[in-house]
Design a binder for this molecule. Structure first.
Ligand code: ATR
Length: 282
């Protein structure tokens, strides 16, 4: 008798657009694993109950996406350090005792992407600018502090949200309004966009990068389109750039390993598969 297939899924609302089934499906096939990975749309009103009774779902584990990451974290019996700090879990699983465990791998996704596509990017960690103060910003600030950045400047439309993150993360983080950006750029070694601006269907991100040193790295959490206007502008003036797709691919690695027992790699074929699905963007 063969063992029952392990099942995992991405949970969110809406979730049909998620590329996670493609990513995990690619690895399941690559490793010949008898497993399944699907898509589960959970209405916001049902989310708390769903995560609190996760052991009845028939799933080994799940990814959690917007808007359920905080609800999932609150339902977990155990959280890793990052999920605790962020109050948000994007990867959950049941341990041997049936307890629900949660992790946040968005920050390792960010680091994995830059480590792979811009080796040496943090050799001399100085000053970073994070545009935006939502969940993605929180994960990226956590990541940058873990790599010893000396100062992380959070620039946001709603100043209280940036101030809250700066307060939570301590003395190396600073909150700013967009008016300060020009001056901040002069000293920056890294610029990260975590806002939804520049995403297909959203307003453009209007940033003038001219004060930025040419040695700085520019990256975007937006990956639709793959090459955002911010990255185009940076590339044209000679800055190194990294697109946001790798953050999505790398955040998936720990979940797959946890549920299916093999640590996968983010390889060129996987990236090409998702790029094709995104509509052939380069
Ligand atoms: P996520 O959790 O994926 O990071 P989010 O919490 O919705 O998403 O955060 C979106 C970010 O984009 C926020 O920083 C938001 O700014 P506010 O905190 O002021 O809302 C930013 N953002 C979205 N639309 C914007 C706009 N039109 N102008 C400026 N910032 C915008």
């Amino acid at each position: 008798m063969t063992a029952a297939a392990r099942k995992a899924a991405v949970t969110g609302h809406p979730v049909a657009h998620s590329r996670s089934p493609l990513i995990h499906g690619y690895w399941l096939k690559k490793f010949g694993i008898n497993g399944e990975y699907g898509c589960l749309d959970i209405e916001p009103d049902d989310a708390d109950r769903f995560f609190r009774t996760f052991s009845e779902s028939g799933l080994t584990g799940a990814n959690v996406t917007v808007p359920h990451k905080e609800i999932a974290a609150a339902a977990c019996d155990r959280l890793d350090e990052a999920a605790k700090v962020m109050g948000a879990a994007n990867t959950i699983w049941l341990d041997d005792a049936g307890r629900l465990c949660g992790a946040n791998t968005d920050w390792t996704g960010f680091l994995g992407n830059l480590d792979q596509r811009a080796p040496g990017w943090d050799d001399d960690p100085g000053t970073a600018i994070v545009l935006g103060a939502g969940g993605a910003a929180r994960a990226i600030v956590f990541a940058l502090l873990s790599r010893k950045f000396k100062a992380v400047h959070i620039v946001n439309r709603t100043p209280e949200k940036a101030a809250k993150i700066a307060e939570e993360f301590g003395s190396r983080t600073f909150a700013h309004s967009w008016d300060n950006l020009g001056t901040l750029l002069e000293e920056a070694g890294l610029v990260v966009n975590t806002t939804t601006l520049g995403m297909t269907g959203k307003p453009p991100l209007k940033v003038d990068l001219s004060p930025l040193p040419q040695s700085a790295l520019v990256t975007d959490a937006v990956y639709v389109p793959l090459q955002t206007d911010l990255l185009k502008q940076a590339e044209q003036r000679g800055n190194r750039t990294v697109d946001g797709l790798g953050m999505l691919l790398h955040q998936a690695v720990p979940g797959f390993e946890r549920w299916f027992g093999v640590r996968p790699e983010v390889d060129d074929d996987l990236r090409a598969l998702i790029v094709r699905d995104l509509g052939g963007a380069k």
